[in-house]
Design a protein around this ligand. Structure first.
Ligand code: GTR
Length: 331
């Protein structure tokens, strides 16, 4: 009896707390935006543009603030926060998002995209729509796709990576997703998932020998200062998304939804232009600072080594098979 009563008391308290949480949520004019990047990064400028346009197009019914530089936590924290209602909009890399939305893992398969243009065609087409639908089921509404270039390995051990054999024995930081651990292991290296904010220190103190990222992130985080060998493996071309929480989205009228979507698409157009510019600038800056860069023209050995990663992904989630075929069918 006492047990039953206390259960009821707990249930009532939980209900009260969640009602309080819901009512404490931001109104549409006061959205909280999560961003991992520094303020002058293409993603950051795109997000500012998005919220500015959204306000303009909805006569101020939608508005908010972008918190740059990861001050609201890591991407993994922000995904949970978005699902719980603590974050209203965000710009996520689809790599770590695969943990919350398994279908999204298809874009984290190394070399799945031929190049940036191919990735754009896929994401702006039917596969992009399927991934959006899967994300919506997880409480995350993808409004537009942002660029993040191609990721390559860099290290602080003076190793010039030309073939998979060169990766052997090196320890790399990867983003939070077991597929990325599998990717490095398939090349004979070791991998440690770690938050973005911890990578600089880990490279500096030798906790890891290297990491992998695109030119702008390699430059904006100063990783190039502590890991000066950059090898152009270009193993991952990961799209990013500008997203809003389903709670924030559902609270909008259909007219405002249309305006917010338009704002997001316009901001993505700007972000893609800024991305291309920043990539060239970042590359030039790090090369000038003394980074040793080697291009890898023939990537076929790296591609071939990825077969176990594809096998692992499909074994875990057979639905990926169809999505892989759909991506490969896009010219
Ligand atoms: C960047 C990406 C971030 C984050 C980061 C990382 O290129 O834009 O969202 O994923 O890489 O390596 O953690």
């Amino acid at each position: 009896m006492i047990k039953a009563l206390s259960k009821k008391v707990v249930a009532t308290a939980v209900l009260a707390a969640s009602v309080a949480l819901v009512s404490a949520q931001a109104s549409a004019g006061d959205w909280k935006g999560w961003n991992i990047h520094v303020k002058d990064y293409p993603v950051s400028i795109g997000m500012e543009k998005f919220i500015e346009l959204a306000a303009k197009k909805t006569d101020g019914r939608v508005g908010g603030k972008v918190y740059h530089g990861g001050v609201l936590g890591s991407q993994s924290d922000a995904i949970s926060q978005m699902q719980l209602g603590g974050v209203d909009f965000a710009e996520f890399n689809l790599g770590p998002l695969g943990i919350a939305v398994p279908e999204v893992n298809v874009v984290s398969l190394p070399f799945i995209f031929k190049d940036m243009d191919h990735m754009h065609r896929v994401m702006d087409g039917a596969v992009g729509e399927k991934l959006s639908a899967a994300m919506a089921k997880a409480g995350i509404i993808a409004l537009s796709w942002y660029d993040s270039g191609a990721r390559s390995f860099y290290n602080n051990s003076g190793v010039v990576i030309k073939t998979p054999a060169d990766v052997k024995g090196l320890k790399f930081r990867v983003m939070n997703n077991e597929l990325f651990v599998g990717m490095v292991e398939a090349l004979g290296g070791n991998a440690t998932p770690m938050a973005f904010s911890e990578v600089y220190q880990s490279l500096k103190t030798g906790v890891v020998d290297g990491a992998e990222n695109n030119w702008p992130s390699y430059e904006s985080t100063n990783h190039y200062d502590v890991a000066g060998n950059y090898s152009g493996t270009q193993h991952l071309i990961l799209p990013e998304c500008l997203c809003v929480s389903i709670r924030a989205w559902d609270a909008l009228s259909s007219e405002d939804k249309k305006s917010v979507k338009e704002a997001a698409v316009e901001s993505a157009k700007l972000q893609r232009v800024l991305w291309a510019e920043r990539s060239a600038q970042s590359k030039a800056k790090v090369l000038k600072a003394g980074v040793k860069y080697n291009e890898i023209k023939d990537k076929s050995e790296f591609q071939a080594a990825m077969a176990p990663v594809y096998a692992m992904a499909v074994k875990k989630n057979p639905a990926l098979k169809e999505l892989i075929a759909a991506i490969q069918a896009v010219d």
